[in-house]
Design a protein around this ligand. Structure first.
Ligand code: ACO
Length: 431
């Protein structure tokens, strides 16, 4: 192990250098404050490694993304969401019997406890589905308290993970059905994970929805591409909550809330809303890009830019291809795809975006695919959350399995008032 030397006001400190398996380096400053009274400050944590992890590797300069060492392009071509989920959680591709067992558990656990159904009634009809998803994940956890707090074997953990992955699909579809005033539809055991989700979303009691295999494939791909992405805002949230000893369901419910924001998973909804506004106003794309560059009212090109990718986001390329394929297959066109493509073309040639290394991210084209499938706008980020479950679960497990895990507890530099006496501004009557 090598060391780095830090010189602060003439005094030298030797700090260990950590090397990752893909040649990434970090200076370990975890003991710096004990030695020196100094902390490091990194607003937004853009240059801070919060953990070591063996799950996902990203090289943002080269546009590389691998889950457990498997390139995203190969998984997108050859895998299914369920197989990818197992791989992300357990670290390698499953054997046939492991995959069969896991699929069986997903089917076994797809129902919701009857008692939980009443919880849906408490939400207003227009409640955001992300709020419902987060609240319901926590509520469901209340039905398995023993299981969640006494996971004594890998089999127990697999059971809990399968419950979560299976039930988020049922909750999401049920939230949608409630929002349109239709009865909840349960799964068909013979259907695959994705087929069943589409069935729960779009079937009616007397009118089954028969999913087109190409739509099933496209949704599988969508979920695979969202399945993990190392230490982003929501995954770091899951790890932070997990580090306090909170259970899997509680930690993931927090992850859903972190994902919700428009700078993170909520960008898929925001990107389509942006395209709709451009369409509605019949605004030339170039004019919109100029507004973005002027930062008019703080507007951004939603679905563009990334903290880590500074060349291209490999997921965006695959999603762009799927969007085109689905629309072709359906013999449809979507003017929003034309607008998105034109926006990308203009932005990628513009000095503002080139200089700042801003490229289409995972959220730029994914909404077009969901529109083509028939997923409503306010469910887009829920779809992202269903896809991200395996990543959150795997990250939670890394924290849980690490016997030396310390609670996440960052420091701060205080910039407030110095000590001052308690002096009232006006004369008040004692309360
Ligand atoms: N449109 C216009 N300008 C942008 C954009 C954008 N989408 N993204 C970044 N910039 C500009 C910033 O204004 C800043 O400009 P400045 O140097 O003149 O101040 C510069 O590029 C650097 O941007 P930061 O905000 O510092 O980059 P950061 O790494 O903090 O943010 C983020 C990354 C949040 C993804 C940002 O690019 C963004 O807001 N994008 C739009 C929202 C989005 O698509 N989010 C989804 C990301 S993928 C995911 O989370 C699933």
């Amino acid at each position: 192990m090598s060391n780095a030397t830090l010189n602060i006001e003439g005094k030298e400190y030797s700090l260990p250098v950590i090397k990752g398996t893909e040649g990434e380096f970090a200076v370990d400053i975890s003991k710096l404050r004990d030695q020196s009274q100094y902390i490091t400050l990194d607003d937004g944590l853009g240059n801070t490694g919060s953990c070591t992890s063996a799950i996902t590797f990203i090289d943002g300069d080269k546009g590389i993304l691998r889950y457990r060492g498997y390139p995203i392009e190969e998984l997108a071509e050859k895998s299914t969401f369920v197989e990818t989920a197992w791989t992300i959680i357990w670290g390698r591709l499953p054997t046939e019997s492991e995959l069969r067992r896991f699929s069986g558990l997903l089917t076994e656990h797809e129902l919701l406890h009857e008692g939980i159904k009443h919880h849906f009634d408490g939400f207003p009809i227009d409640a955001p589905p992300m709020a419902i998803l987060s609240a319901m994940i926590n509520s469901i956890g209340c039905y398995y308290q023993d299981l969640l707090t006494n996971m004594s074997s890998e089999a127990d953990f697999e059971d809990v993970a399968a419950r979560l992955i299976s039930k988020v699909r049922t909750i999401s579809a049920a939230a949608y059905k409630m929002s349109i005033g239709r009865p909840i539809i349960y799964g068909v055991p013979e259907y695959s994970y994705v087929q069943n989700f589409l069935h729960m979303m779009f079937s009616l009691p007397n009118r089954p929805y028969i999913a087109d295999p190409d739509i099933v494939k496209a949704l599988n791909l969508f979920l695979i591409l969202h399945a993990d992405h190392e230490q982003n805002c929501s995954t770091s949230t899951v790890r932070m909550v997990a580090s306090s000893g909170a259970n899997l369901f509680a930690s993931v419910a927090a992850g859903v809330c972190a994902l919700w924001g428009p700078l993170h998973g909520g960008a898929n909804q925001a990107a389509v809303q942006m395209l709709e506004e451009i369409q509605k106003a019949n605004l030339p794309v170039k004019d919109f890009v100029e507004k973005v560059k002027r930062k008019e009212n703080g507007i951004k090109l939603m679905g563009f830019g990334h903290r880590v990718y500074k060349n291209f986001d490999p997921r965006s390329k695959i999603l762009h291809d799927i969007a085109k394929k689905i629309l072709n297959k359906k013999g449809q066109s979507d003017e929003l795809l034309d607008i998105a493509q034109e926006l990308a073309e203009v932005a990628l040639k513009d000095e503002y975006f080139i200089e700042r290394k801003l490229y289409p991210n995972v959220d730029f084209y994914s909404g077009i695919i969901m529109r083509a499938i028939g997923i409503p706008l306010n469910m887009f980020t829920v779809m992202f959350a269903i896809g991200r479950m395996p990543g959150w679960i795997a990250n939670w497990k890394e924290v849980y399995d690490n016997k030396k895990q310390r609670i996440y507890r960052p420091r701060q530099i205080y910039t407030g008032k110095n000590q001052r006496p308690y002096e009232l501004i006006d004369k008040r009557i004692s309360p």
